[in-house]
Design a protein around this ligand. Sequence first.
Ligand code: 6GU
Length: 450
Amino acid sequence: MRFDIVSVFPEFFAVLDLSLIGKARERGILDIAVHDLRDWTDDPHRSVDDTPFGGGAGMVMRPDVWGAALDDTLGDDGVLAVPTPSGTPLTQRMCEDLAAAGHIVLACGRYEGIDARVADHYEESGVRVVRYSLGDYVLNGGEVAAVALVEAVGRLVPGLVGNPESLVEESHGAAGLLEYPVYTRPARWRGLDVPAVLTSGDHGKVARWRRDRALEVTAGRRPDMIEALPAEGLDRGDRRALAGLGYLVPAGAAHPLPASAREAAASDVPGLADLAARTFPDACPPGMREEDMRAFVESHLSREDFSRYVDDPGCLTMALAVGGRILGYALACLPPDGAVAGAERGAPVQAVVDGRPRSGPLVELSKFYLDRRLRGTGAAALLWEATRSRLEEWAAPWPEAYVWLGTNAANERAQRAYRRLGFRFQGQRTFRVGDQDNRDAVFARPIRMA
Ligand code: 6GU
């Protein structure tokens, strides 16, 4: 691999004699030539710049000098790389692509940059031109960015990095995630311990922990990278970790989507009513008649109903937004004066949860619905935890408070889900839709749990 670097500060590139890049040059793996742009001037002052046409501050680098330099260095195989703050942000993918080119010529501008005709001219003559930036900030010239490119591209040349494994498992690698944190001896430093899992010797647990940390670090610093992850590359553990970080992968989605559960606002009402109409039949027993379900939705789950629920201080309405769309909701009835909500609907007034009899208010979780595409995604835990946390705030005046719900007795899936959320079976009730009595299983749990 050959690099030609053209700059008015050739001494700057002494750093390329050091470390792995320096060794690779000694071993002939990398051939790096540094040139002084002024060698291509033909005036006594060796001048490389002039004032800008159209006026303005600073100086512009002359096309004639650059043309002479690049004609001599590009040859018939050179790719022209131009560091400039107005370039495309340099990525690992671009570096991999450039590593496949055998010869790169770096044109380091100073001052206000190089006359625009230079890059245009070489592009028009069939030279591949890459204008790149290191990020959204301004350096005084392209030299630092040229060193960055030589190192990032050079280390991908076979034989340069001793252990090719370290090229695989790294930030911006194929995984599309930032690197997990790493640790070495001593195991305890300034009161800080190395995470115990890393000294456990359990390779499976270490791998899971590292993957979870990589997801966590990436979600915190580069949410754009999380939203670009291909869904098919995410296993169950990844999906669980992502749900905990506020991202869900609905069935059929190409990528994780940001998810948030919050108290519903008036603007959520149409989305809530649409979702309720879609999900209500999912929770009904198989024999239920279409028109009965439709009538129930019209009389309890219309837009007008949701408007009332959202405005009613005795109701807590929670919306789960996924990628900006409402795909889940919960509705809780808050009993006045810390009493029992839904006594007439079969509230488990005598509830005993994990051996403890209920005391304090009993909230009714009257609706808890998710779009089908969210089944098994961790969405239930996300919506529940946000709901529970609101209920906990509401229940602050009482030392203990409980929440109950009824769900179709035949719906094993729903009952398993409620058990996972800490609810315990209390008994049965009948629930009327149309002219049919349905058997419901009743569950309860404390709002706060240790
Ligand atoms: Cl490539 N050049 C200059 N002059 N400033 C920069 C840059 C490049 N990337 C970020 N800032």
